[in-house]
Design a protein around this ligand. Structure first.
Ligand code: FAD
Length: 578
């Protein structure tokens, strides 16, 4: 038997994006906390967040948390749990001022208050007109919050384990009591024994070909939870952001439209006037993405091709440099275009997962019956507290991370000291060792990258902005075929121990293939159109049959589906127009 690396902590946080770091800031003072991350913390995907964080501060014009809550519920096409949306909107101002006091350098108004700008779906007076609600630091808001929170963690003496991937949960008698992790530098397997585990492993945009997401967003935590038979929620809801750079998917933040940018078709027409007469280019993302696809399908893409233009030329070089400097430079680097002089070719890109690990308002992961799973928490994009429902509004993710990351941390501080440490199974890491050995023993077959590319293409083609029953079923057949190939033929070119990225890709591919299947099964079961889930064969929303959350879980190798009621408190569902 190889050497055993055993670590014992009160709490293990997996993932060092804003959700993981905010939970760490909360717990590091009161508990012995370990933070594990497969990338160095400040390289986490949250650092890519551009446009801002939402809070009804009312610094530019009147605003209120009730309007923010309403927009969040309407934006989520009434699938948003309204108790969660209320927590989010009420706590937003406190959360932003807290970040400010920790040192986040937000842009300022001349009177010193935090500057705010417009973003899609944020309105005043319950939908009357756009409101400036996004607090921002140029177009690198995620970067500065990530660095600030990491600084706070260092000050609190947090124990960080960077460049370790968690590859399994340790579950004994239904209690989660640790994780198994692989050290990329050495290929050593580490066992972490804890009273509670918080998963903050981010999204899984890498299931799709065109995505704004980084390479690490492969949904590892979500996959592990599913593999242990716990439920995932609302997995059919995948957000496509309207303005990915054509052919690349690199994001042009909604802040560009918040600052006045407009979308145009091949005739130079500002087509959003037809789809969202009141707030036009600042409608919610699902609405704008569908509008772009419609323009393309009807031959009004630029030169009849599959993209439209985002026009920022009228904003002026100075404003672009001051407020949108990073994205201007992406456009110059990737396309060789100066956005002050020429429009940017854009198309919808996979951006955000509304679905994930089902949790309550305190970040406690829930089982199929809705009971907290002892020892397991989740926060951030990998979780589904259902604050975003069927479609997330821009700037509500960063807010979700710091509000619910903190709440999960508070709950752990309250509960973990009274919890017993569940004993570790003697063979906790054996299944992992066998899994790794299996992957390393084959000497020929198909490489992980080949299967991944086929998965990503299939998902993009048949489970993108628009879906249909026949397309979803066809994709399911393909994905299940790829899973078979994975089981029987995947092999690694490199079988060594040091930074074996081949091995990493193979492990991540297992989660991508599983989550692809789960998304397709969930999407096929929802025979209606709601938010980001647009069915060509069922174009209407159907509250009578589908105003509920989807649960999907594994039971003895079979995929099972269930439902969960939506929490509706203040706002009754009504038609969604912008
Ligand atoms: C280009 C872009 C711009 C965006 N702009 C905005 C914006 O302006 N406003 C907004 O509200 N939202 C924005 N978003 C969305 C937002 O950035 C994300 O939803 C959010 O950052 C996710 O944070 P997280 O903490 O859940 O996960 P992440 O920041 O993705 O972090 C995940 C962490 O988990 C770790 N991890 C993953 N798997 C493992 C494993 N197996 N073992 C160990 N560690 C693991 C990773 O190393 C990483 O540290 C944007 C997203 C993109 C892609």
């Amino acid at each position: 038997m190889s050497e055993r690396y055993l670590h014992t902590h009160d709490v293990v946080i997996v993932g060092s994006g804003l959700a993981g770091l905010r939970a760490a800031v909360e717990t590091a003072g009161c508990l012995d906390v370990a933070l594990i991350s497969k990338v160095f913390p400040t390289r986490s995907h949250s650092g890519a967040a551009q446009g801002g964080i939402a809070a009804a501060l009312g610094n530019e014009e009147p605003d209120s948390w009730e309007w923010h809550m309403f927009d969040t519920v309407k934006g989520g096409d009434y699938l948003t749990d309204q108790d969660a949306a209320e927590v989010l909107a009420r706590d937003a101002a406190r959360a932003v001022y807290e970040l400010e006091h920790m040192g986040v350098p937000f842009n300022r108004n001349p009177n010193g208050t935090i500057a705010q700008r417009a973003f899609g779906g944020h309105t005043r007076h319950f939908g009357e007109a756009p409101v400036k609600r996004a607090c921002y630091a140029a177009d690198r808001t995620g970067r500065v919050i990530l660095d600030t929170l990491y600084g706070q963690c260092v000050q609190r003496g947090l124990h960080v384990y960077p460049e370790l991937s968690v590859v399994d949960l340790v579950v004994r008698d239904g209690i989660v009591c640790g994780v198994i992790a692989l050290d990329w530098a050495t290929a050593a397997v580490h066992v972490f024994h804890a009273k509670a585990v918080l998963l903050a492993t981010g999204g899984f945009g890498k299931v799709f070909k065109t995505t704004s997401n980084c390479f690490a967003n492969t949904g590892d935590g979500v996959f592990l939870v599913y593999r242990h038979g716990f439920p995932l929620q609302d997995m059919e809801f995948v957000q496509f952001h309207p303005t990915g750079i054509y052919g690349l998917g690199v994001l042009i933040s909604e802040a560009a439209r918040g600052e006045g940018g407009v979308l145009r078709n091949r005739h130079g027409e500002r087509f959003m006037e037809r789809y969202a007469p009141t707030i036009k280019d600042l409608a919610a993302r699902d609405v704008v993405s569908r509008a772009i696809m419609k323009e393309i399908q009807e031959g009004r893409g630029i030169d009849g091709r599959d993209f439209v233009h985002l026009d920022l030329t009228h904003l002026g070089r100075e404003r672009l440099a001051e407020r949108l400097s990073d994205i201007s430079s992406f456009v110059r680097i990737y396309l060789g275009i100066d956005p002050a002089h020429a429009p940017i070719p854009v198309q919808p890109t996979c951006h955000y997962m509304m679905g994930g690990i089902s949790t309550d308002l305190h970040g406690r992961a829930l089982d199929v019956q809705g009971r907290p799973i002892p020892g397991l928490y989740a926060a951030g994009e990998c979780a589904c507290v259902s604050v975003h429902g069927a479609n997330r509004l821009g700037c509500n993710s960063l807010l979700d991370l710091v509000v619910f990351g903190r709440r999960a941390g508070q709950d752990m501080c309250a509960r973990v000291p009274t919890m017993d440490r569940s004993p570790l199974p003697a063979d906790a890491e054996e299944a992992t060792r066998e899994r790794l050995a299996r992957l390393r023993e084959r000497t020929q077959g198909v490489r992980p990258a080949v299967l991944r590319e086929r998965l990503q293409r299939e998902m993009m083609e048949r489970c993108g902005v628009y879906r249909s029953q026949s397309g979803l079923e066809k994709a399911l057949e393909t994905v299940r075929g790829l899973q078979e190939e994975y089981r029987h033929s995947v092999y690694l070119d490199y079988r060594g121990d040091r930074y074996n990225t081949d091995l990493m890709e193979a492990l991540e591919l297992e989660s991508l293939l599983t989550l692809g299947e789960v998304i397709l099964v969930s999407a096929a079961s929802r025979r209606e159109s709601r938010g980001a889930h647009s069915r060509e064969d069922f174009p209407q929303r159907d509250d009578h049959n589908f105003l509920h959350h989807t649960l999907v879980y594994r039971d003895e190798e079979k995929i099972r589906l269930g439902t969960k009621p939506v929490s509706i408190t203040r706002f009754q569902p009504k038609p969604r127009v912008y």
